[in-house]
Design a protein around this ligand. Structure first.
Ligand SMILES: NC(=O)c1ccc[n+]([C@@H]2O[C@H](COP(=O)([O-])OP(=O)(O)OC[C@H]3O[C@@H](n4cnc5c(N)ncnc54)[C@H](OP(=O)(O)O)[C@@H]3O)[C@@H](O)[C@H]2O)c1
Length: 324
């Protein structure tokens, strides 16, 4: 079991998920949290990763670093999404094994499951059918990461395992309308429209699809939970196990932002898959459940958005510049 003075390396600490994990570890009193930006340590550089791991020798590694993006980005840069993610996770997982890291948590997402798998999505539906073609590049890399951890569990009895969170939102989210996910995009649209005198807000699709959302601090909570015990299985879904329609989500965000205008549904735009819900019984059996209800989480995220509004664009821009 992990101790407060143990060295923990959080890869991807500036991302939405990594920063929530670091905040939580600090709050819990962990004293030796190691972090590196992508500029300081490019995780695609195998030699640099090995040198870093040899020098720092963390006892625990949390992999929240990945090349992440929406459908358009995946579709436009398939090679980057497949290659960068394969190499980032392979470097980290292999170097962890080589340097005798005791515990490793690998983060992926629900896109690893087949497109037509039964809902709610169970962990054992992995590799039982076709993937969603638009993000297959990212999904295949993540599946390889899950299997790499599995192989190390099987061959070397390593305590390395994977957590697959559902759609996440919260502080540090991406509010850029060109690349953001549905929830932060709605916060931004409703807030912008309110500021412009309660103009109508146009949203994509019919509003009928159902989606599940988890507040990012709850993922951090799940990670801390898993660090404190030996996990029995190789793979766990992390979610709420509850979903709502996109139209209900829009109404909640409209109320929270105080927008009083009309909502227009642009039904010429695609709806995407009708339902995406995780089966969370495996984590429940281990003793973990989410705590932040959707309205509370959106309120917290909206407060963060308002407070950081001026810097959000610059932070993203600076990060994009750094990577180019
Ligand atoms: N966001 C979601 O809704 C969601 C849902 C389910 C699962 N997840 C999973 O959670 C993980 C993190 O997602 P996120 O939303 O936090 O992503 P994010 O905000 O884009 O952050 C990703 C992090 O990865 C780091 N990174 C990327 N390429 C790197 C490289 N070559 N070398 C070093 N670091 C690199 C970046 O570091 P720098 O900032 O230093 O450049 C960045 O901080 C991913 O595995 C994702 O699949 C996310």
């Amino acid at each position: 079991m992990i101790q407060k003075q143990d060295k923990i390396y959080v890869a991807g600490h500036r991302g939405m998920v990594g920063s929530a994990i670091v905040r939580r570890l600090q709050k819990e009193g962990f004293e030796k949290i190691i972090v590196r930006t992508s500029r300081e340590l490019d995780l695609r550089d195998q030699q640099a990763v090995f040198t870093f791991m040899e020098k720092e020798k963390p006892g625990t590694v949390i992999i929240a670093a990945a090349k992440v993006g929406g459908i358009l980005a995946n579709d436009t840069y398939p090679y980057d999404f497949l290659h960068d993610n394969l190499i980032i996770q392979d470097n980290l997982i292999h170097a962890s094994h080589q340097t005798d890291v005791e515990k490793l948590v690998f983060l992926g997402s629900s896109c690893i499951y087949p497109k037509y798998a039964d809902q709610p999505l169970r962990e054992d539906s992995l590799l039982t059918g076709e993937l969603e073609p638009t993000n297959q590049w990212y999904a295949i890399a993540k599946i390889a990461g899950v299997k790499l951890c599995d192989a190390l569990r099987k061959q070397f009895d390593r305590d390395y395992f994977s957590l697959m969170p559902t759609n996440l939102y919260g502080p540090g989210d991406n509010f850029d309308l060109k690349t953001s996910h549905v929830l932060p995009a709605m916060i931004r649209k409703f807030d912008d429209a309110k500021e412009q005198g309660h103009k109508p807000v146009t949203l994509w699709g019919s509003g009928k699809p159902m989606r599940e959302f988890l507040y990012v601090d709850d993922v951090a909570d799940a990670v801390i939970f898993t660090l404190q015990r030996k996990m029995k299985k190789n793979l766990y879904n992390v979610g709420t196990g509850k979903d709502i329609t996109i139209a209900e989500l829009a109404r909640k965000i409209q109320t929270i932002t105080g927008h009083k205008g009309e909502i227009i549904w642009d039904t010429d735009k695609p709806d995407g898959t009708p339902r995406k819900l995780m089966d969370v019984s495996r984590m429940k059996e281990e003793g973990w459940s989410y705590t932040t209800e959707l309205v509370d989480g959106i309120e917290k995220t909206y407060r963060w958005f308002k407070k950081n509004r001026e810097i959000i664009r610059e932070v993203r821009f600076e990060r994009t510049e750094e990577k180019s």
